[in-house]
Design a protein around this ligand. Sequence first.
Ligand code: ADP
Ligand code: MG
Length: 314
Amino acid sequence: MPGDGEFGLIARFRERTASSDRVAIGIGDDCASVRLAGGGAVLVTTDMLMEGRHFRLDEAPLPSIGRKCLGVNLSDIAAMAGIPVAAVVAVGLPRDRAAEVGIGIYEGMERMAEEYGVALVGGDTNAWDGPLVVSVTVLGEPTGRGPVRRSGAKVGDAVFVTGTLGGSLLGRHLDPRPRLREAQSLHATVDLHAMIDLSDGLASDLPHILDESGGLGAILDAAAIPIHPDARLQSDRDGLSPLVHALGDGEDFELCFTVSPGSADRLVATPPEGITLHRIGTIDGGPGLRLRLADGLVEACRVRGFDHLAPRSG
Ligand code: ADP
Ligand code: MG
């Protein structure tokens, strides 16, 4: 039986979907992959962002909101080591400032689309008395050995992340830098077993790899988890440790991936140019996610990442 919360509900949606030989990857990964006649495949991902939940209209410049809405989707294409091709954008605009808000978010989205070579090819425009809602869908192409799934981790794999984590609420959450170039370069260099982008926090996202890979576990070295300076700033403000922020804060939009120990050694010895890699732990038989602390003791990771259905505000 699926559990509670956002992911329990998604598991229930997943149980209800019929299989089709057109679907190479369905619900449960960062993108779906749909087979096309002629032998190709298209990656598809969608994310809906809501005022008050993912951004605040009175705090965030409109172009940043647009940038974020496209960027979170590009990050999901990166998580499959794909290349983004086109996007469609559906907006529910606040009626009293519909044109101003629409054009404002489009400005940011357009600029990002150009930067990443994505064509904005359609969408839907609505206005209402509710808050701003933006839903972006991105289509992409698989590359190299094909899409890197969440489900390919193996016992003994090394776990990596592509950058420092935590404290994104201090501003980075509005400025996702989708790791498309990094994913491409890693995909071309080693056999990536499993990959996910960090949108809900490492402590929540890595377990998706563990679950999808058949119920594996992982031990992370607490001292090896790279901490963003903003996680330290947050820690000074709220008293939670920087490590808790690095594990639990969402919207880092770094990649987390697993590779064989041999590939891991090669990546550490000669990382692809311009890419920062942190080897943070090892996949094992489980159960679940555990942390090796400075004194060598291993304990279950109690930090949780973001869950939209969790009974709390924010
Ligand atoms: P991500 O954080 O990578 O965007 P999510 O956690 O939002 O992924 O979703 C996890 C998986 O569940 C994805 O494969 C997504 O497509 C799927 N999913 C989420 N919501 C729904 C839904 N309402 N119906 C069908 N599939 C969904
Ligand atoms: Mg994702």
